[in-house]
Design a protein around this ligand. Structure first.
Ligand code: NAP
Length: 315
């Protein structure tokens, strides 16, 4: 029987094949940042990052580009750079104040709309049926897009039921390809599911090696809602990029701490959306499909769990 290494049905053969494409790319693309990718062909980009099938049947890349704090010209440049090196999933939100910059970066990249997977989020001030519909249209206008691939309720605040109804209607009207939530705990998600006509595809939550959140991980798997990691590097907190345990695992595989972290998310079956303002880091963060963490690595990483948020100020 063929061994399944991932949740989400990805078979070993498929992700090693994806890894081979990245490994081949790595031969010509040094991480120094002195030489960079030109635009990738649609097939190259598609093969670079494995996809997961969401519970409504659509495909989503397992690795994407986060854009929080990347605003204005920097945001535009970073999004264009990220797409040029192979990212196809771009994560933004109304509250990041960068939807126009993200839209400009997408335009600058010259990529066709169908190749991209664009996520944005409904902020708490816009909760409720009418406000959600209006906020969604503002988001589309700012991004300069005709539709979103994924729209999330950013936080479980205010009239969640009204927001969800609006999002269901936008989904049915073909303006959004998938709808989901962010920062919901298991009870809040169960409550939403009790009245939802359309099931959420995603819960985007804080998770990284210091906050592994096994409960959400298990509960989401049981309900076929895909887990997506925000701050997959804990935004650099708790000195993650100089953690000796992660460094030792990286050394064993000739990989960086960032790559070990992203590979760990991938092997857990979790979609990750790392942010970077540096093209060399963007490239480095994509090169995670040509190695595998073994059981002992995974067990060692399990010991890093502090089982609490690294962002207490956002509680
Ligand atoms: N739904 C929510 O409530 C929520 C909350 C937070 C975040 N998010 C989403 O999740 C995304 C990612 O989270 P985040 O932005 O908080 O932080 P993150 O991705 O965990 O970490 C970003 C930091 O890591 C550094 N970095 C990236 N690649 C690196 C590498 N290869 N080596 C060393 N350093 C590296 C970046 O610095 P450089 O720029 O120097 O590379 C930056 O300082 C956000 O951008 C946003 O889209 C969602």
């Amino acid at each position: 029987m063929e061994k399944k290494d991932q949740s989400n049905g990805m078979k070993r053969r498929d992700f090693l094949r994806a890894g081979a494409v990245v490994a081949a790319s790595a031969l010509v693309i040094p991480l120094s940042g002195t030489k960079v990718f030109g635009a990738l062909s649609a097939t190259q980009a598609k093969n670079l990052i494995p996809a997961v099938k969401l519970n409504n049947g659509i495909q989503m890349p397992m690795l994407g580009f986060g854009t929080n704090t990347l605003t204005g010209d920097i945001g535009e440049r970073c999004v264009a750079d990220a797409i040029s090196v192979g990212y196809r999933l771009v994560d933004t939100a109304h509250i990041y104040g960068n939807e126009e910059a993200v839209g400009a970066g997408i335009k600058k990249s010259g990529i066709t709309r169908e190749e991209l997977f664009v996520t944005s989020k409904l902020w708490v001030d816009d909760a409720g049926y009418e406000s959600a519909k209006k906020a969604f249209q503002t988001t589309l206008n700012k991004l300069g897009l005709e539709y979103l691939d994924l729209y999330l309720i950013h936080r479980p605040r205010g009239d969640v039921k009204g927001s969800w109804k609006a999002m269901e209607e936008l989904y049915e009207a073909g303006k959004i390809r998938a709808i989901g939530v962010s920062n919901f705990d298991s009870d809040q998600l169960a409550e939403l599911m009790s009245y939802a006509k359309i099931k959420p595809v995603i819960n985007q939550i804080e998770t990284h090696v210091f906050f592994q959140d096994h409960k959400s991980h298990e509960d989401l798997k049981k309900t076929s809602v895909q887990m997506e990691a925000w701050s997959p590097f804990a935004a650099g907190r708790n000195a993650i990029f100089s953690n000796p345990t992660l460094a030792a695992i990286g050394k064993k595989h000739t990989k960086s701490i960032a790559q070990v972290c992203l590979r760990w998310h991938f092997q857990r079956g979790v979609v990750a959306i790392p942010r970077s303002s540096q093209k060399a880091h963007m490239i480095e963060n994509l090169a995670i499909f040509d190695f595998e963490l073994d059981n002992s690595d995974m067990q060692t990483i399990a010991t890093l769990d502090l089982n609490k948020t690294q962002f207490p100020e956002w509680g």
